[in-house]
Write a protein that binds this ligand. Structure first.
Ligand code: PHE
Length: 350
């Protein structure tokens, strides 16, 4: 744990044990250079505390890069609520209210929104004690609501830009797109892809979620990495692009919503060597956080937010792909360079 924390280049970590439930709350503030640390609240069970802390640190770093990529005046942070095995749904509201108090005590160092395992309705609960530092509450409670539609819209446009670059055609008509994870973002992405005429292949651990999708080719988890497709869109958890999976892939493009898709930094080079165009996750999936935060703090309308996120993702990816090709570097290295340039010169961010 000490190595984990000392090798991280972020600012602060708040570690809190919620005694009534035994849940650990980890709030990682990676950077407040461009603005208050902002990031979702991930609620799930982890094998141990170190795994939960590691996830929080990496996810917070990703948030810094998302906001920096588009020069948005927000810092990067993330919270992980690591609930014990057998956590009872009846304990949820109490836990979220106590979590809200903790956020309130931090006085604006951290602002949160939904992530894996939490919803806008959860944000309403957290805001009872955590306001005004809680984003994406339901419209009935004055929030901009779910971030998943904006995230999915951004991923959909990222897929088109990636196809334009790798396959010389942005059209998704008759393209085979494999979506891993049909949750709140993956499910909406699948609807957009079908509307655009793509052939969708989908996999999810939740078989009921898969059946609800209607006209898609359903895959078992075992076939996700070996099934031929044009585009692979990881929309479940992170770490799925690794030394084992990359040699198996039979796709031309990877662009999906999951955070931290690369298990290790070297995996970016492994993908490049294989000639697979990888659209860096933190660029592809910044739409939700940018749209909701923009609507709630900059007065954007929903249309304005969608316009902003589509422009931001499209232009950032064009720059990233061009830089990677011109300089013979990975797309991840190019995207990090873009983000770091913003962090180095925050006054020029616009
Ligand atoms: N889950 C979002 C992400 O990973 C986090 C977020 C949503 C932050 C909405 C703020 C508002 O990007």
């Amino acid at each position: 744990m000490e190595d984990l924390l000392s090798s991280w280049d972020g600012e602060s970590v708040v570690l809190h044990l919620d005694r009534p439930t035994g849940a650990w709350i980890i709030i990682a503030i990676h950077s407040t250079q461009l603005g208050p640390g902002t990031g979702g609240s991930r609620l799930k069970h982890y094998s141990d505390l170190a795994a939960a802390v590691r996830d929080a640190l990496l996810l917070a770093e990703g948030m810094t890069y998302k906001f920096a990529t588009i020069g948005f005046p927000r810092g990067g942070a993330k919270s992980v609520i690591a609930v014990p095995a057998g956590f009872e749904p009846a304990q949820r509201a109490g836990l979220l209210r106590r979590y809200g108090s903790l956020i309130h005590q931090l006085g604006g160092l951290f602002e949160t929104g939904p992530d894996v395992g939490t919803s806008p309705a959860d944000m309403d609960l957290i805001a009872e004690t955590g306001a005004p530092y809680v984003r994406a509450r339901t419209p009935a409670f004055g929030g901009a609501g779910d971030s998943a539609p904006a995230t999915a819209l951004g991923v959909f446009h990222a897929i088109q830009v990636s196809c334009e670059t790798a396959l010389s055609d942005p059209s998704l008509r008759n393209r085979r797109v494999l979506v891993q994870g049909a949750g709140s973002v993956g499910g909406r992405l699948i609807a957009l892809l079908k509307e655009a005429g793509a052939t969708v292949l989908a996999a999810d651990v939740d078989q009921a979620a898969l059946r609800r999708l209607g006209d898609v080719e359903r895959l078992s988890a075992a076939d996700v990495y070996t099934t031929p497709c044009d585009v692979f869109a990881p929309c479940a958890l992170g770490g799925i692009l690794n030394q084992q999976s990359i040699p198996l892939l039979r796709c031309r493009v990877i662009a999906g919503a999951a955070n931290n898709q690369l298990a290790q930094p070297e995996d970016a080079e492994r993908l490049r060597t294989r000639g697979i165009l990888y659209a860096p996750d933190f660029v592809v999936n910044l739409g939700g956080a940018a749209a909701i935060t923009g609507r709630e703090t900059m007065g954007w309308s929903e249309d304005e937010a969608n316009r902003q996120l589509i422009n931001a993702i499209t232009s950032a990816l064009h720059q990233v792909f061009r830089m990677a090709a011109d300089e013979g570097i990975t797309t991840t290295a190019a995207a990090l360079r873009l983000a770091q340039a913003r962090l180095a010169a925050p006054s020029s961010a616009s």
